[in-house]
Ligand binder design. Structure first.
Ligand SMILES: *Cc1c(COP(=O)(O)O)cnc(C)c1O
Length: 379
């Protein structure tokens, strides 16, 4: 059994994907070109945002957004303590300081009340200038944007939506990657919309930022590539990945988001009555289910349970085993206001992500639940 079955997806889309790849090879244009342009237009339309700028990966997408805002040394950027490393890495990469904020135990996303406390704390301390919030749509669920936006408005902060895992989710019909002043996603193969390598995208309604991001992504180009007006990076989505993504994006829109939600609903029902805490989706929110993440109860050794499941042939993952503020890379280079992040600490010891994806078979899903029930009873 695969944790995420990309092979099954390829089997289903093989003729179209093979054709798309062959077309790019025949065309001979490997960077930029019509496939990249068409994909950007399709993505922007789907998300409901004016500009989509594709780039090399989801980490670069975040960094480009911060660069376009001029975030740097002396600035504080608020980041959830429970997320993938990139969300905070980019803050340090541009010279700013990440301030880690605890998350909500039910949604796994940044806790707006604790965000408010953290911003007030940094304002009082007067060491750093509060500049921006990175809100992450963890495991596919959009963060609590109505409340987060209020905090940003009150404190004059820019909002960056890290939608690397959230693409395809929504709140009241408004799509993920449209909630930030700038939003980003990743096309890493295992993300909700993945390519066959690295890729990413930035979304914004702001014309000026969009132009800056296009410049920063191509060596700080001015009127053309050999006129360099700022120091940037080299971060582009290549034509092959764009062509592959256009095929996959069609499937994503037509049935994958629906199918993955059906798998989640099936897990919800099948795991009811176990001691596991199941993932929760607030009213009017939809998730794109990058992960289906349960929490094991107090007293159950999560790592032992995972090892037992592995022996039974059920792959699971721990996203994430370590709070951001405990990563060695941030030692003495981050701020954690007040008394640390207790919810994150607890989640790091109790979360377990189950095999998931729109192509997860009924047979495999049944086995996951059977083995999980068996191992829980014997753990
Ligand atoms: C995967 C991921 C990223 C980075 O995306 P890459 O394309 O791997 O660089 C950033 N943030 C979150 C939350 C992610 O899960």
């Amino acid at each position: 059994m695969q944790f995420r079955d990309l092979g099954a997806q390829y089997e289903r889309l093989k003729p179209e994907i093979d054709h798309a790849i062959a077309s790019v090879l025949a065309d001979g244009r490997f960077i930029g070109g019509s496939e990249v342009f068409a994909l950007e237009t399709e993505l922007a339309n789907y998300v409901g945002v004016k500009h989509c700028i594709t780039c090399g990966n989801g980490t670069d997408a975040l960094q480009l957004a911060l660069m376009a805002w001029g975030v740097g040394s002396g600035d504080a950027v608020f980041v959830p303590d429970f997320t993938f490393f990139s969300s905070g890495e980019v803050v340090s990469a541009v010279g700013a300081t990440p301030v880690f904020v605890d998350v909500d135990e039910h949604t796994f996303n940044i806790d707006p009340a604790k965000l408010e406390q953290a911003v007030s704390y940094v304002e009082r301390e007067r060491q750093l200038t509060p500049k921006a919030v990175v809100a992450v749509d963890l495991f596919g669920l959009p963060a609590g944007y109505p409340s987060i936006r209020k905090v940003c408005d009150e404190h004059n902060l820019l909002l960056l939506e890290d939608g690397a895992q959230g693409f395809g989710g929504s709140i009241e019909g408004k799509m993920a990657c449209s909630f930030g002043d700038t939003s980003t996603t990743s096309f890493f193969p295992a993300k909700p919309l993945g390519c066959y390598g690295d890729g990413g995208a930035v979304f914004t309604d702001n014309d000026e930022w969009a132009e800056l991001i296009r410049s920063y992504a191509v060596h700080g180009k001015g009127t053309m590539k050999y006129d360099n007006v700022r120091v940037g990076m080299n971060s582009r989505l290549d034509s092959l990945q764009a062509a592959i993504l256009r095929v996959k994006f069609k499937a994503f829109r037509e049935y994958e988001v629906t199918d993955v939600n059906a798998r989640a609903a099936w897990y919800d029902t099948a795991l009811e009555g176990t001691s596991l805490e199941l993932p929760q989706v607030p009213d009017s929110y939809t998730s794109s289910w990058a992960q289906y993440t349960v929490r094991v109860p107090e007293g159950v050794d999560r790592d032992a349970l995972q090892a037992m499941l592995k022996v039974q042939g059920v792959p699971t993952m721990v996203y994430y085993p370590k709070p951001m503020h405990e990563q060695l890379a941030f030692k003495d280079r981050c701020v954690v206001p007040l008394e640390s992040c207790p919810v994150t600490d607890q989640l790091c010891h109790t979360v377990l992500s189950l095999p998931m994806g729109p192509h997860l078979s009924e047979k495999d899903q049944l086995r996951v639940v059977d083995e999980l029930r068996f191992c829980l009873a014997n753990a």
